[in-house]
Design a binder for this molecule. Structure first.
Ligand code: ADP
Length: 370
């Protein structure tokens, strides 16, 4: 009974929130200045309004300020606990049968991997999510039986690679997306590991990250140009009425959003950048269409006047794969990650504009203070 009441309460809160904000949230996170930036005497170009938890201002090169508003803004001093405290209600709704997608978007070096993966001392959203899912499933074990499965994959140049193959020397399996009978998207052959506890999960995530970097001369470089997706599948059975649910939670560390052309690129690198730009724009198109409740959602065939970039047509593996976890009553959260450094001003404004537009939030200049 307590569980049902809890579910109803969550639904009520959720519906109230939906009226206000829709089921898309954008959180902004600003990393601290790093050692090099401090050594160079850099100061932060990000101003936080001490009274508002959801606003920030960017100090432009001509000293004018641009203001941005999100659902939440995490400052450089916000730790992983604070970030997860805001994220936890969204991720744990997967236990109630909702599909959920969380993305980390931003320029390379702004903390996407730090937020999602974290470090052994400062574990990120991925690990904390599984820890929380195990904790709640245990708490509900007299009424619900949950089974948790984890898959990990990478999308690089529109190719899907399984990161949980047991042995990284195995030849890469070619994975494709298939439309299942019930209209959902499946990736046949993708490893789904049943998980029972947090220690095992940490090892699994570590081994996935290791496999991700195998075969590349520069692991950091490669990871910044591919999307890394962790999928948690939750199978639930209500022990009272026998009702079964199956839902997905996607935790996505996106490829770096920096624009091509910033540095002269050619050949393989140019192709990579074009794939990245296309898949990120496709994602932006899908989310902004969802936020504005456009009837047609461009999951596969992207050609929207509303496009943030010049309109174009394409198939994107990223949005196609996530199709059944975006839209409807699915929940979406995007972390827009930014750097506080003046050297990154251009990219920071691009990321903040992108995030504001996908969320349908107005942003504007702030009048200079006298
Ligand atoms: P990205 O994945 O966007 O390329 P990383 O997550 O690799 O960026 O972050 C770049 C560096 O900055 C890493 O050394 C990371 O540990 C550090 N970093 C990022 N965000 C934070 C933060 N909020 N607090 C402390 N260090 C951070």
């Amino acid at each position: 009974k307590k569980y049902l009441e809890e579910c109803l309460e969550r639904k009520r809160l959720y519906n109230e929130v939906i009226e206000l904000k829709g089921n898309i949230r954008v959180f902004c996170r600003c990393r601290p200045l790093n050692q090099d930036e401090i050594a160079n005497g850099s100061t932060s170009i990000v101003d936080f309004d001490s009274s508002q938890e959801n606003e920030l201002q960017i100090i432009c090169s001509d000293s004018s300020k641009k203001q941005f508003k999100f659902d939440h803004v995490f400052r450089p001093e916000s730790d992983q606990e604070a970030v997860f405290a805001q994220t936890s209600p969204i991720v744990t709704s997967v236990l109630d049968g909702y599909n959920v997608c969380i993305f980390a978007y931003g320029q390379t070096g702004t903390g996407k991997t730090f937020t999602m993966e974290g470090t052994p001392e400062h574990r990120g959203v991925n690990y904390r999510t599984l820890e929380e899912l195990f904790r709640i499933s245990k708490q509900r074990s007299n009424i619900m039986n949950y089974e948790l499965f984890v898959s990990m994959l990478e999308v690089y140049n529109e190719k899907i690679r399984d990161l949980l193959v047991e042995n990284s020397n195995q030849p890469a399996k070619k994975l494709e997306i298939k439309q299942a009978a019930e209209g959902t998207q499946e990736v046949p052959g993708l490893v789904e590991a049943r998980v029972y506890g947090t220690n095992e999960v940490w090892e699994l995530l570590k081994s996935g990250s290791r496999i991700r970097s195998v075969g590349s001369t520069n692991a950091n470089e490669l990871s910044s140009r591919s999307h890394c997706l962790l999928r948690v599948t939750v199978k639930g059975e209500n022990l009272v009425n026998g009702e079964k649910t199956r839902s997905h939670l996607w935790l996505v560390d996106l490829a770096g959003s920096e624009r091509v052309g910033r540095i002269e690129v050619e050949g393989e690198r140019l192709k990579e950048s074009q794939f990245i730009n296309k898949s990120l724009s496709a994602l932006g198109d899908v989310i902004s269409a969802l936020a504005s409740k456009t009837a047609h959602i461009p999951y596969r065939h992207i050609s929207l006047p509303l496009s943030l970039h010049p309109p174009f047509s394409m198939n994107s593996k990223l949005t196609h794969m996530l199709q059944s976890s975006l839209g409807g009553d699915c929940k979406t959260l995007m972390f827009v990650q930014i750097s506080p450094s003046a050297a990154d001003l251009g990219e920071t404004l691009c990321s903040l504009n992108f995030a504001s537009r996908v969320r349908g939030i107005e942003c504007g200049p702030v009048r200079k203070q006298a």
